[in-house]
Structure formats: structure tokens, C-alpha cells
Ligand binder design. Sequence first.
Ligand SMILES: [Zn+2]
Length: 231
Amino acid sequence: MTVKQYLATPKLMVCSAKILAIICAKTTILRLDRTIFHPQGGGQKADKGLIGSAVVTHVTHNADCVDHQVESAEGLAVGDTVQIKLDEDWRRLNAVYHTAGHLLAAVVEAIYPGLHAVSGHQWPGEGRVEFSGNTPATQISAEEIHARLTADLAQSLSVTIESDPFQTRTIRIGDYPAIPCGGTHVGQLGEIASILVTGIKAKSGRIRISFEAQPSPGHPQASFTNLEVRT
Ligand SMILES: [Zn+2]
């Protein structure tokens, strides 16, 4: 089993972990006793980074474990305690896109009560949220959505984890409704410079709203820490 430490301490960028398994098949996979790598899923890309000196190229869920694909496990052995380190810029960009998707969903649902967010895809450069409901795409105003998004960013609303982070984790932005989520997020909306609605269209009975997001370049990196996990 891998403890998914990113659920409880999402700002942790470096920690130590023990190697539980090294699987050499088509790809080389490392399993750890705990991880700060977010596996791909929930519309969000996998984290990148290092396990010891091994470059992590992909991360996936595998039952109650997390599989870290690496370029090579040379020099590593089962039982080793290693330092694991995230690519911070990549994490930040994905957290920005993922949080932007949440905010867009909340804002659209607030403005158009007839719409309900049903899926999201927050890969950088490919952001979109899909809504069910019978509000025609032609009645949805990108300008109105953009104005509210911009106001929320300007207020730098907080993004908080509520409930048990490992069992019943929910995410709340400001006073918007909390929703269940296992992804990674910014701690406050001030870490997002802008969210731009790039498209609104009807697709297969749903409304798809596409967006682009930009991290705040000047935002203090102090919100990301290198503290060791204490267990
Ligand atoms: Zn989320």
C-alpha cells in the first residue's frame, strides 16, 4: 500500500520514502510506502520529478498502490529509503489548471442554475468543463463568466481541504459548495493570474466550456514547502 501523502499535505515538494517494490517489465515501476506524486486521473496530469536519481516519467493509480514509472531503477534496491522530489513548476501549473476548472464550474453553476458540471479535463492547454442541463449555449455569456472569475481571482479566495483528507476529502473555494476531489490545488486564488474562457459550445447534449489559465509569476513560492513528513 502507498500512503497518498499529497492528499493531506499537497504543498509538500520533497520527502523521504521507502522503496517497496521494483517491477521491471515493459516499463520500470517503483512502488513506495508513501508518495507526494499525484497519479494521473480525475482530469489531471501526473506529477513529474525524481525518486532518488531516477527520473519519474508517469504516475498511475494501481488499486491501493501508486505506480511510478521511471526511466531507470539503476542503483536503487527494495528497502532503500530515498528522497523523492517533485518538479515544482509542473505541479504548480497543473494545480492552477485544476483549480481553475473547479472555479469555472462553480461560477457557471452560480450564474446559470440550470447547468450542472459533470466532467472536467484540466490538462495545461486543454482545459475544459462539461455541463449537463438545458440552458442553450447561445444564452451563456463568456463576458459574464469572465467578470466573475476575475473578481474571484482578485479577492484571492481561499482553497481549502475539508473533512478527512484520506477518506472523505472535499475541496471548497471561498463560499462555493464543497465538492469531493483527490487532485492538487492552489492554496488561494491569488496564485492564478488569469482564467480565460476560450470557447462555449453544445456537444453531445452537453455544454462544453473551454478555458486557459495562467499561474501568477510573482506569487511567493513560500506556500510550497520542503518539510519532511513526520509519521
Ligand atoms: Zn480538485
